[in-house]
Structures are given as structure tokens and as C-alpha cells.
Ligand binder design. Structure first.
Ligand SMILES: Cc1cc2nc3c(=O)[nH]c(=O)nc-3n(C[C@H](O)[C@H](O)[C@H](O)COP(=O)(O)OP(=O)(O)OC[C@H]3O[C@@H](n4cnc5c(N)ncnc54)[C@H](O)[C@@H]3O)c2cc1C
Length: 292
């Protein structure tokens, strides 16, 4: 299938990009890695009149190690995240999840910002960024704004971004001392979108009790789902296998994943519960979950 006709623009600066978005409004679409947008065009599910290719806008790509954490440019390739020693050392959850995103060829083109802006609830990066309390930086002719990952996703393939805004970066804060992370998902084949999964970030105090917990579920609803009930159970507890099981059961109590040809809602819910149980247990076990 071929895409519908469009005008192609490839600005070199952020200012030019913003001017194009301001001029064309919802007739324009940003093109980053093209790994989700091009199939949508080819299937005629999107028909923008103008494609604004941000690949030549240099400052949008790169990973910057700052005192407060990592700033990841929106146009950073997913494969750059995978290869980054800074990411591996400081944000092991991102290093872990990125290997589950599609296949190497897709990660070579696909960008971090593209995955977030595409907002598929079965995508790994939105779930991980929510679990890590990341902030997304959006820019437009009206200035910049910072959006908490948890506030960014509105529903399936929809975010709070306005038509004239471009995502320029993601800030991932340093984790407090004593933080361990784990990610688990189940997909029918490696590289496929998962049937369910969970990202877990646990911080332990000096006595070994959990002082802070983030549990975020993959493919559990229209957006990445924060499992507040599970987090509440974990905080204050010394997390062992029984606590992990109880928290995972609490995590899925209020979700209603939509069934499809790969499994009905109940099946998906039990997959998510099992992945959540494994991720909590691994994050809590010394020598198992990765130290952040
Ligand atoms: C076969 C296949 C399997 C895949 N499997 C997985 C998987 O298992 N897990 C997973 O997470 N993903 C998967 N993907 C999707 C892949 O990760 C894409 O790279 C990603 O979703 C989109 O990134 P992109 O840079 O290619 O964005 P594009 O396709 O260029 O854009 C996607 C959307 O985001 C918008 N956009 C892009 N960048 C910005 C920006 N900076 N600011 C504002 N809006 C922007 C575009 O306008 C468009 O609406 C798969 C893709 C394919 C083709």
C-alpha cells in the first residue's frame, strides 16, 4: 500500500519546526522514526497534508547526564538507549525494557519521543517512563511545558500534546539510594507487542522495608496503568514472595484489559498479574532486581 499524497518538509532547527506546526495545525504530522506513522499512512489511517520530518533537527537527539538525572532527546533512537552506558548505569529499567521493543531494525529507526507520542498502551517505554516518574518536555511557539509521564497519556494513541507542540526531551530523575527495578512482559514472540507486563521500581529503607513503590502495568487499559493499590500494599512491607503475590492480585483488581484474537480480557488480566508478581519479586530479591 502507498501513503496518500503529502507535502514533505525537513526543517533543520526547532524554530522552523515550530513555525511549520503553527502554520499547518492539525493538517501536519511530525515524522520521527516513521516506524508507527508510515504504516498508519500506508493503511490510510492517517492522512496529514504535511509531514514535518524532525530527523535533521540535531539538538533533539542525544542523552545528557545531568546532576538531577538523564535528559533524553525526543529524537534519540531506541537503539542508542540500548547501547548507552549512562542509561545502563543510571536507569537499568530503561536498559531492560528497551530490548523488548520490537526488533533491532525497528529500534535503529524508532525514537524515544516517537514511542511516547504514539502512546500505545502496549508499548514498553510509556510504561517505564511512568514508573520512573519521568517528565516530558513539549515545545511550541507559546514556550515550553513540562508534563509528568503519568499525565501525558490520555487514551489509546492519544496524548495531551497540542497540534502545534513537539516533544523535545524526556527528563528521567535519578532514583533514591536503595532503589531496585524489574520489568516483565509476556509476548507470543519476542519483538511482538506484549499481551501484558509490569514495570516495578522499589526503594528500600535501611531496615529493608519498602519505603517507595511504583508499579505500572502494560496493556492493562487505554494508557499505562499505575497500580496504586499494589503500591499501597508494598510501602511499609518487607517484600517477600507472599507480599509480591498479594500486591500483584491487588494490581489487577480494577483493570479491564480488552480481549482480542490473542486472548480474552480475563486471560490478559491473569497474564498481567503473573508478570506483576514476577517483577515485584525480582525487584525485591537481593541480587535479582537491578540496582538503580
Ligand atoms: C513490526 C513492528 C513491531 C513493533 N513492536 C513494538 C513493540 O513491541 N513495542 C513498542 O513499544 N513499539 C513497537 N513498535 C513501534 C516502534 O517502537 C516505533 O518506533 C514507535 O512506536 C514510534 O517511534 P517512531 O520514532 O518510529 O515514531 P513515528 O512513527 O515517526 O511517529 C509516531 C507518532 O508520534 C508522533 N511523533 C513522533 N515524534 C514526535 C515528537 N518528537 N513530538 C511529537 N510527536 C511526535 C508522530 O507524529 C506520530 O503520530 C513496533 C513497530 C513495528 C513496525
Amino acid at each position: 500500500m502507498k501513503p496518500p499524497p503529502f507535502e514533505y518538509r525537513d526543517p533543520e532547527t526547532l524554530e522552523e519546526t515550530l513555525a511549520l506546526l503553527a502554520e499547518h495545525g492539525d493538517d501536519a504530522k511530525i515524522l520521527a522514526g516513521g516506524q508507527s506513522l508510515i504504516p498508519l499512512l500506508n493503511f490510510r489511517l492517517a492522512r496529514p497534508e504535511v509531514l514535518v520530518d524532525i530527523n535533521r533537527v540535531r539538538p533533539l537527539a542525544g542523552i545528557d547526564d545531568r546532576p538531577e538525572g538523564l535528559r533524553i532527546g525526543a529524537a534519540t533512537r531506541q537503539s542508542a538507549l540500548e547501547r548507552s552506558s549512562q542509561v545502563a548505569a543510571q536507569q537499568p529499567l530503561l536498559a531492560e525494557v528497551i530490548r523488548y521493543v520490537a526488533h533491532a531494525q525497528i529500534r535503529n529507526r524508532g525514537t524515544v519521543g516517537g514511542s511516547l507520542a504514539h502512546a500505545d498502551p502496549a508499548a514498553e517505554l510509556p510504561v517505564a517512563m511512568t514508573a520512573l516518574d519521568a517528565s516530558l518536555i513539549a515545545s511550541s511557539g507559546r514556550g515550553e511545558r513540562r508534563i509528568a509521564a503519568e499525565e501525558f497519556f490520555v487514551s489509546h494513541l492519544t496524548t495531551v500534546l497540542e497540534d502545534d507542540e513537539v516533544l523535545i526531551a524526556v527528563d528521567v530523575p535519578r532514583a533514591p539510594a536503595g532503589t531496585r527495578v524489574a520489568f516483565e512482559e509476556f509476548a507470543r514472540r519476542h519483538g511482538d507487542y506484549a499481551l501484558g507486563g509490569a514495570a516495578v521500581v522499589l526503594t528500600a529503607d535501611a531496615a529493608g522495608a519498602c519505603s517507595r513503590a511504583r508499579v505500572t502495568l502494560l496493556a492493562a487499559g487505554d494508557v499505562p496503568v499505575r497500580a496504586h493499590a499494589a503500591e499501597k500494599l508494598l510501602v511499609g512491607a518487607v517484600v517477600d514472595a507472599a507480599v509480591a503475590r498479594e500486591a500483584a492480585a491487588a494490581a489487577v483488581r480494577d483493570i479491564e484489559p480488552v480481549g482480542d484474537g490473542h486472548g480474552d480480557g480475563d486471560y490478559r488480566s491473569s497474564v498481567i498479574e503473573a508478570m506483576c508478581d514476577r517483577a515485584i519479586a525480582r525487584a525485591a530479591a537481593p541480587g535479582e532486581g537491578k540496582k538503580a
